[in-house]
Design a protein around this ligand. Structure first.
Ligand code: PLP
Length: 376
């Protein structure tokens, strides 16, 4: 099987799984306990915190572990607006966990505004400027799109946001960006940044939120005071440790040149399939997500035919795949007939050129079978 849906989730690195196993079996203690086992568990958590902090170039004290990025994003949106004063601005391309949360805040009476996207799916400075005003208290713009892999220039956007509303908090969903592009939270000028373990070879059920030490935001979950009183609940020690290990493994395996070469091979191959169009081909991107549309096909059928031939590819956000249409591609202005055939390939640092060549031929055959009515 060739797995090319790494934007949906990744297999767990063996070293991360082994580290988690060791916690389950040997260091299973409650990290809040003050006897040696508990102290050892707490030490493991703090070692992982240092690793994640080093990847983001921040102080370990600024990292809070959460159950997933959905939680981290909900925390940022629910608690990032100081004293609930001012308006909230989010990009129209945000993942459902930001978008739906923002919609819920809007229904509760807050002034929530949505920034339109350009045809590459990016938030432009002009669009942000037109949506914000001096009363904006919170801005949330994703770093990398989970639909297209396109990178938003969050450094410029955060700088601009703060010239319009000096005290606004700038949050970015970094799930598809973590370890895949420049994540330096200081250089990017972000106040909050979310990430998820299962996109980089850690298990599902672990995420983190960076919160700038300069911010004074409310805790998200009240209880026993874990995570410095900000996010109570007994820590997922195994998940946290695995996130630390996966971060190190991913960083060691990631090779920007290889990622670029793989993307080129993939794009050139897809272009050779008749009536296939690469989505946002020329916008800055991580190289790890390639979205394309095969005209006159239905994405779910092509996806199934590919899976039957042993090639797993995605189609848009896995979390939203039960919903019809595609909110983000629509916001980019894609016509329905292009959205109908839209698929997404998620590469990993370990993807090989042979896997890519096989995937291209499988996609070609599946598309031709479907167009020729030769299925079933
Ligand atoms: N944000 C983005 C951009 C994502 O791609 C995802 C996962 O698909 C999430 C948030 C949610 O992450 P999690 O599954 O850890 O809740």
């Amino acid at each position: 099987m060739i797995y090319l849906d790494n934007a949906a989730t990744t297999p767990v690195y063996i070293d991360a799984a082994k580290a988690a196993e060791q916690v389950y079996l040997d260091v299973f203690y409650n990290p809040s306990s003050t006897y040696p086992g508990g102290i050892a568990a707490k030490k493991l958590i703090n070692e992982a915190r240092k690793i994640v902090a080093s990847a983001l170039n921040c102080s370990p004290n600024a990292i809070y572990f959460t159950s997933c990025a959905t939680e981290a994003n909900n925390w940022a949106l629910n608690c990032g607006l100081k004293n609930k004063k001012g308006n909230i601005v989010i990009g129209l391309g945000e993942h459902a966990c930001v978008y739906e949360c923002a919609k819920a805040l809007k229904s509760s009476g807050l002034d929530v505004r949505f920034v339109p996207l350009d045809t590459d799916g990016r938030v432009t400075p002009e669009a942000l400027k037109a949506t914000m005003d001096e009363n904006t208290g919170l801005v949330s713009i994703m770093h990398v799109s989970n639909e297209t892999g396109v990178i938003n220039d969050i450094a410029s956007l955060s700088e601009l946001a703060k010239t319009i509303a000096q005290r606004c908090v700038f949050h970015s969903d970094g799930v598809q960006a973590y370890l895949k592009t420049n994540n330096d939270v200081q250089r990017n000028g972000v106040d909050m940044y979310s990430l998820s373990g299962h996109k980089i070879g850690a298990p599902k059920g672990i995420g983190a939120l960076y919160v700038s030490p300069k911010l004074n935001i409310r805790p998200f979950i009240y209880g026993g005071g874990q995570e410095n009183g900000m996010r109570s609940g007994t820590e997922n020690v195994a998940g946290i440790v695995a996130l630390g290990v996966a971060t190190e493994v991913y960083r060691a395996r990631y090779d920007a040149q290889k990622v670029k070469a793989n993307r080129e091979t993939l794009i050139n191959g897809l272009r050779s399939v008749p009536d296939v169009k690469i989505i946002a081909e020329n916008a800055p991107n991580t190289g790890l997500i390639v979205a394309f549309t095969a005209l006159n096909t239905k994405a779910e059928i092509v996806q199934t035919l590919c899976a039957e031939s042993g090639v797993i590819i995605g189609r848009g956000s896995a979390c939203s795949s039960k919903h019809s249409g595609n909110r983000v591609l629509s916001a980019m202005g894609l016509p329905q007939k292009e959205i109908d055939g839209a698929l997404r390939i998620g590469l990993s640092p370990d993807t090989t050129p042979v896997e890519i060549e096989t995937a291209i031929e499988t996609i070609r055959t599946s598309v031709e079978r479907l167009r020729g009515g030769r299925i079933g």
